[in-house]
Design a binder for this molecule. Structure first.
Ligand code: ATP
Length: 230
């Protein structure tokens, strides 16, 4: 017997807005959370995926804390906000040689898996200024919208300079918070003013100093319990 429900037209699907937030998260800190919260509010994001990178292309010189610890801390930080989700999309695969993940591949993978979603890529101003060094960055700029968060010491006016002129769209928004590109847009989140960095957190721990308030409380407990960054 055919159910009544089978004849109903499909319910209009809610189009999700999601953001991918990649980083080394070594460890995740209050600055990352401030960026994600501000983006969540401003762009009405249904989900922010925190994507710790097993082996980032840009920071390969320094020895990172093991992926499993960095992922665990991201998961603990995400437990405080139902819209935050830890992602294993750039996790190392068991047994194989370390794999370098590129943002362009991660964005394409998300777009394939969730074709109906509006995808943003969140990045701090310091990282966006480096974007010309990223693999296939022109294709990356075409592949999704960006949310660029302000970071003390980095000028938001400089962001436009790293975008190839032929990618730029017409007029910028009157409030100056959006740089339209031909296919996508770069949104400027100028309200974040956190001075915290993972480097500072590691250095303080190394020097035996307190990190209270610099990382979420559960992350602090984890760092102390696992004796990380001594
Ligand atoms: P490290 O000090 O080890 O270089 P980090 O603090 O920059 O690390 P990452 O994990 O490399 O942290 O950063 C992930 C993303 O978050 C990057 O796009 C970075 O620009 C952004 N980000 C990190 N801290 C801040 C902050 N305080 N304000 C704005 N953006 C930030």
């Amino acid at each position: 017997m055919t159910s009544h429900a089978a004849h109903k037209p499909p319910a209009a699907e809610h189009l999700r807005s999601v953001a991918l937030f990649g980083g080394t998260f070594d460890p995740i800190h209050a600055g990352h959370i401030a960026v994600a919260q501000a983006a969540q509010r401003r762009y009405h994001l249904d989900a922010v995926y925190f994507i710790p990178s097993s082996r980032p292309p840009h920071k390969s010189q320094r020895e990172l804390a093991p992926f499993i610890h960095r992922y665990a801390m991201v998961a603990l930080a995400c437990a405080e906000n139902p819209g935050f989700l830890p992602s294993l999309v750039e996790a190392p695969s068991a047994g194989s040689a370390p794999h370098v993940y590129y943002s362009i591949d991660t964005v394409r993978r998300f777009r394939r898996e969730y074709p109906a979603d509006h995808v943003y890529f969140i990045v701090g101003a310091d990282q966006f200024l480096e974007i010309p060094t990223w693999r296939h960055y022109e294709a990356l700029l075409d592949s999704c919208d960006f949310i660029v968060a302000s970071r003390p010491g980095f000028r938001m006016e400089a962001l436009r300079l790293v975008i190839p002129p032929e990618k730029l769209g017409r007029a910028a928004s009157p409030d100056g918070h959006k740089i339209p590109l031909r296919k996508t847009a770069v949104h400027l989140l100028s309200t974040v003013a956190s001075h915290v960095s993972s480097t500072e957190v590691r250095e303080r721990l190394h020097g035996g100093k307190s990190i209270r308030g610099l990382v979420p409380p559960r992350v602090e407990e984890y760092i102390v319990g696992q004796a990380l960054y001594r």
